[in-house]
Design a protein around this ligand. Sequence first.
Ligand SMILES: Nc1nc2c(ncn2[C@@H]2O[C@H](COP(=O)(O)OP(=O)(O)OP(=O)(O)O)[C@@H](O)[C@H]2O)c(=O)[nH]1
Ligand SMILES: [Mg+2]
Length: 296
Amino acid sequence: MEYQLPRLTKMWTHLERQSGGQVKGMGEKQIEVDKRILRTQIGVLKKELETVRKHRKQYRNRRTAVPVPVISLVGYTNAGKSTLLNQLTGANVLAEDQLFATLDPTTRRVQMKNGKEFLLTDTVGFIQKLPTTLVAAFRATLEEISESSLLVHVVDISHPLADQQIEAVEKVLSELDVSAIPKLIVWNKVDKASNPNEIKLEAAKRDDVVCISALTGEGLDDFCSAIQEKLKDIMVWIEALVPFDKGELLNTIHKVGMVEKTEYTEHGTMIKAHVPLRFAQLLTPFRQLSKSAAPV
Ligand SMILES: Nc1nc2c(ncn2[C@@H]2O[C@H](COP(=O)(O)OP(=O)(O)OP(=O)(O)O)[C@@H](O)[C@H]2O)c(=O)[nH]1
Ligand SMILES: [Mg+2]
């Protein structure tokens, strides 16, 4: 609408009819009436967007209380982000959500085969030359991106303009100032590509690229392992002695972290693991000073 406002000709007469004819006969030219109606609608939509932003902010605040990593799917429109989300959650997600029963419809909990969990957010698709006014309209989702632990850039590798689309997405990401967030690149729709073997070979050469088909499910196990590796990179190493009466902490460590070693001592469970930073802070009272370094 903001795009149309300065370009208005008489294309909005139906809106005048919808407003019940009240705007007629006020001495305004048709075009001004049209503009006024459009501005009112823009105002209403902006208010609605603000409500959406506030809601998502509340969800995020609630979520940060729980140490489950949040991963956002980003990418060019039609790259297959939503398909990937559905495929992953359809195949692995727990039917009953305990903690996030009221999650926004685009965020889903994913449980991998090894029992680890993360939250996956589907975001709005990017397009080339995204007008700044539109960037503002997408803010609710885009803010979500900036608070993720990891970004998954989904690419339609079968598309003849895949390179330009990657570039366009990178450009929006740099405008959003999220370059510091680790990223995994996913070459999707490999089933549709004319040269799938070549693409797979190329992807195998690069350690930040995973080749998949969100549609057929091909490569999804590799995708999950790659996610695990990336998440591990952003976790911190802890060695903690968890008292026996804090059993729930141990469960959480197993769920959100990567346990390297568990030992039962007379004072409690000695655990060595990679865990999300926020969770490591929760464990501070039980952490041990140790001379051994994290395994590489
Ligand atoms: N052949 C093939 N088609 C796919 C694959 N993944 C997605 N598609 C199709 O691509 C189209 C777009 O998929 P979406 O998941 O809606 O894409 P999106 O990235 O969410 O798009 P936006 O929401 O517009 O950003 C759909 O028709 C999907 O069925 C794939 O791996 N192979
Ligand atoms: Mg989508």
